[in-house]
Design a protein around this ligand. Structure first.
Ligand SMILES: *[C@@H]1O[C@H](CO)[C@@H](O)[C@H](O)[C@H]1NC(C)=O
Ligand SMILES: *[C@@H]1O[C@H](CO)[C@@H](O)[C@H](O)[C@H]1NC(C)=O
Ligand SMILES: *[C@@H]1O[C@H](CO)[C@@H](O)[C@H](O)[C@H]1NC(C)=O
Ligand SMILES: *[C@@H]1O[C@H](CO)[C@@H](O)[C@H](O)[C@H]1NC(C)=O
Ligand SMILES: *[C@@H]1O[C@H](CO)[C@@H](O)[C@H](O)[C@H]1NC(C)=O
Ligand SMILES: *[C@@H]1O[C@H](CO)[C@@H](O)[C@H](O)[C@H]1NC(C)=O
Ligand SMILES: *[C@@H]1O[C@H](CO)[C@@H](O)[C@H](O)[C@H]1NC(C)=O
Length: 405
């Protein structure tokens, strides 16, 4: 904030800062907004100069439609770098023009901003149609953030992705806000935001509708704040799959708050493989709070007996220890009659699971009775419990007015 008597000084600071922020317009580097010609060379040249610039720099992509093959914007750079995308970026339909399973990559950059109100069009539907008859690769992530620190991604629409919209890998201190991520349900494996080996990430005010998880958190995801997400259609906000590989690391400290799920297959899901590991992998300290469900098949689900297409021995028990998970103020409608399904590991039961104020009813028939399912769960329930909680009484955290069955 700028006090009145300092106005002139503030103005000067502003002007100096504006001067300091050097602009690199892709059009000056030969970019052509005809929606056909590939612009990757122009974009990479603009990036090269912006990255080298000592100080903050903005790569401007003005209004217009730009075709762009696979590109990788790599650091390290000097000073903060901003991609201001005002136009529409279009991925090629022909997947042979793309490499590395990604369309746009960012690597090894500190202080990266990506914003501008523009559109990222993955053209996934056309690629899927093209690949229907002659086998070709379809899955390409729209934007892939690898080893980025202090990054802010905001005010963008990502549509019709070929694969996931955003992947965040090996990053620290990231924010994703005011985004719209949409793919047709038929575009499979189109996760909204997929996170791995990342510390401190905030995701807020994002509207996601895809053919896979709205948000997926896998190995090594820590200190996550998720809020104000609309998810639907899609597979919900998921932790996992985890526990199929000894190289995976723990997932912890995650808050999911004020989210709305509508017509999704899952709401709040934790999924681990029913497979052996040489170690114990941990998922701990999670809070899910103030969540609305609308016609969701599995509003609350822990599936530790996950084994798609019988790839593992079903008798194997998950070696993922789930610990300290709170579900508070969760309400709305379920499309199945098991709205809360805790199917935990026989050898490593879920521990310290809290249900506090749960009110879930059937989306269909008004009086249809719902039931919760618990297998190997320890924890507490309190507040309202509709349907009745199946978590057994656990004396350690006894509180007044506890209701349980
Ligand atoms: C940025 O440039 C300044 C001035 O040349 C230099 O002192 C600093 O080490 C550079 N930082 C990085 C990250 O390259
Ligand atoms: C991330 O943010 C925290 C808190 O502001 C800071 O201490 C840490 O140095 C940051 N990490 C990086 C890699 O900049
Ligand atoms: C994420 O949000 C929390 C709480 O709102 C805040 O304390 C933290 O600094 C934020 N982290 C980043 C990386 O913005
Ligand atoms: C959740 O989304 C549904 C579908 O758009 C809408 O009808 C409902 O009002 C929303 N609920 C809240 C609490 O935002
Ligand atoms: C459980 O998780 C919450 C939220 O992260 C944390 O504040 C609390 O300390 C944890 N409890 C234990 C016993 O670790
Ligand atoms: C729990 O998991 C087992 C093993 O996969 C499965 O047979 C059973 O149907 C699951 N129960 C529920 C209620 O989902
Ligand atoms: C417990 O329930 C009683 C009777 O419904 C109520 O008077 C009291 O305030 C409740 N206590 C707490 C801590 O919610």
């Amino acid at each position: 904030m700028c006090p009145k008597y300092l106005l002139i000084l503030c103005l000067l600071v502003f002007i100096v800062e504006a001067r300091n922020n050097k602009l690199f317009n892709v059009k000056k580097y030969g970019a052509i907004a005809d929606g056909k010609q590939d612009n990757s060379v122009a974009f990479l040249k603009a990036w090269g100069d912006a990255c080298k610039w000592k100080g903050s720099a903005t790569i401007l992509i003005p209004k217009g439609t730009y075709m762009l093959k696979s590109v990788a914007f790599k650091g390290p750079c000097n000073g903060s770098k901003t991609f201001q995308i005002k136009g529409v970026l279009k991925a090629p339909i022909d997947p042979s023009l793309l490499t590395d399973n990604t369309w746009i990559q960012f690597r090894y950059i500190n202080q990266l901003n990506v914003n501008g109100g523009g559109i990222l069009d993955g053209q996934g539907t056309s690629t899927r149609q093209k690949c229907k008859n002659n086998a070709c690769e379809i899955l390409f992530t729209t934007m892939d953030f690898g080893f980025i620190t202090n990054g802010h991604v905001q005010n963008l629409h990502s549509i019709d992705s070929k694969g996931g919209h955003f992947i965040v890998f090996g990053c620290e201190n990231m924010t994703f806000t005011n985004l719209v991520l949409k793919s047709p349900v038929d575009n499979r494996n189109t996760d909204g935001i997929k996170i791995a080996y990342t510390n401190r990430i905030n995701i807020s005010s994002v509207n996601i509708g895809t053919g896979d998880d709205c948000i997926a958190m896998i190995s090594g995801t820590k200190k996550v704040q998720i809020s104000n997400i609309f998810c639907g259609p899609g597979h919900g906000i998921s932790i996992g799959s985890l526990g199929n590989n000894d190289a995976e690391t723990n997932v912890e400290d995650i808050v999911v708050k004020s989210c709305n799920f509508s017509g999704t297959s899952n709401g709040l899901r934790i999924k681990t493989w029913a497979a052996p590991l040489k170690k114990i992998l941990k998922v701990s300290n999670l809070i899910y709070e103030d969540i609305v469900m609308n016609n969701v098949q599995n509003p609350i689900v822990i599936d530790q007996r996950y084994c798609p297409e019988h790839q593992c021995d079903q008798k194997e028990n998950s070696h993922v220890q789930i610990n300290n998970v709170t579900y508070k103020n969760i309400q709305g409608s379920s499309a199945t009659d098991i709205p809360v399904n805790f199917n935990c590991s026989k050898v490593m039961p879920c521990n310290d699971i809290t249900l506090n104020n749960i009110n879930l009813w059937h989306y269909g028939p008004k009086n249809k009775k719902l039931r919760n399912f618990c297998f190997k769960v320890k924890g507490d329930s309190y507040g309202k419990q509709i349907p009745p909680s199946c978590i057994p009484y656990h004396a350690i955290r006894a509180t007044p007015n506890m209701t349980h069955k």
